[in-house]
Design a protein around this ligand. Structure first.
Ligand code: UT7
Length: 348
């Protein structure tokens, strides 16, 4: 079977920069706390009305497609990863297909949060390997700012996340030593609710604890009272320390799994591009694996955690900065809500 390779890569971040000090205008937080606990200095927030998860994905996709030396008409499948879609349904894949005037190709939406991009890459990789498609567009995009609460009650969540998009075009590799060597996907739903957004969802009532929406109603329940919404029923929930503890175990585990599967070791990694969850997590993983500073790429300082977009944005920035050369071994790894985690090893 032919391996797949990244033939083109691009990213897009909105122009609005919000520093930590800017956030302290809305909530009780400060630059020192945010930098010390997360490494984040600033993040980008999309225009509230003009930009969406899809439009940012389109901007990243245009660059990836151009760099692959093809046109949007050549794309024969779309895989779009996001947790912050434009609509509850339909997904962003079809909106991107419409926006980019693509042919009536298949569009698949991936709901795997922080590991969404690597899951999407893995799916696309299988389609290239079997020869079913030739040019697959894989997008990770997030507009978190629209669903976040900028009040002190949500400060542990809202200082971390940012908006942006990244995209790659996957094609069959001509050279058999090149391309995606393997991908590794995992999940453990036993703690699914410790990093979650329950509303809108068909089981949201259960998680509204003492205040389910319309408890006496025979059917329905999606629509909440104004009081419930104002009380924060539709906000993301995160038990940060619990997520942190799991992440520092699963990141190294899934990276080692990828290396072992390819008879390689940590020393063979030229560049590790981890999901940008928290700089402290990346540094801990780096230390555990014994990697030099120039072998790990981080840009969370500038963009915060952009969930499904973080790996392709970081990969693209690293590539643009000349940190990835032909023949390099690049490792991608991610961990997040679900829990889901994943890795990919790529011979560039
Ligand atoms: O992409 C994957 C998804 N997410 C993650 O990977 C997140 C993993 N977890 C983390 O990154 C960290 O747990 C956080 C950065 C979210 C939080 O850092 P922490 O060191 O675990 O802090 P904490 O939640 O234990 O809170 C410590 C204190 C609390 O105050 P008290 O109770 O000790 O008085 C919080 O209320 O820090 C307070 N706090 C803040 N203070 C200033 C929480 N958020 C803030 C804030 N500014 N933004």
């Amino acid at each position: 079977m032919q391996r797949s390779k990244i033939a083109g890569i691009g990213y897009y971040v909105p122009k609005n920069v919000y520093t930590n000090n800017d956030l302290s205008r809305f909530m009780d937080t400060n630059d020192e706390w945010i930098q010390e606990r997360t490494g984040i200095k600033e993040r980008r927030f999309a225009d509230r009305l003009e930009e969406t998860t899809t439009t940012m994905g389109v901007e990243a996709a245009k660059i990836a497609i151009e760099r692959a030396g093809i046109t949007a008409q050549d794309i024969d499948f779309i895989v779009f990863a996001t947790l912050s879609p434009d609509y509850y349904f339909p997904g962003c894949g079809v909106l991107l297909q419409r926006e980019m005037k693509m042919k009536e190709v298949g569009a698949l939406d991936i709901r795997n949060q922080c590991s969404g991009f690597i899951y999407a890459l893995s799916v696309a990789d299988q389609f290239i390997k079997t020869g079913m498609y030739k040019n697959i567009l894989v997008v990770g995009s997030e507009k978190h700012s629209f669903a976040m609460d900028f009040e002190t009650r949500s400060r542990n969540v809202s200082v971390i996340f940012g908006d942006g998009a990244g995209a790659v075009v996957l094609q069959a590799a001509q050279n058999e030593d090149q391309g995606i060597l393997s991908t590794h996907l995992h999940s453990d739903g036993s703690e699914a609710e410790i990093l979650a957004m329950f509303y809108p969802g068909s089981h949201a009532n259960k998680w509204l604890k003492d205040k389910p929406a319309y408890p006496d109603q025979e059917l329905g329940g999606l629509f909440m009272t104004t009081e419930q919404l104002e009380g924060g029923a539709a906000l993301p929930y995160m038990d940060g320390p619990a997520v942190f503890k799991k992440a520092v175990v699963k990141f190294p585990e899934v990276i080692k799994e990828a290396l072992t599967a390819n008879n390689l070791t940590e020393k063979d990694i030229d560049l590790l591009v981890p999901h940008q969850a928290n700089l402290r997590i990346s540094q801990y993983v780096q230390q555990l694996l014994g990697l030099e500073d120039d072998k790990v790429f981080n840009n969370i300082q500038k963009y915060g955690n952009t969930t499904a977009a973080s790996v392709p944005i970081a990969l693209c920035e690293a590539w643009e900065a000349g940190k990835i050369k032909e023949g390099d071994l690049v490792c991608l790894a991610a961990f997040g809500s679900g829990f889901t985690w994943a890795s990919a090893l790529i011979r560039w």
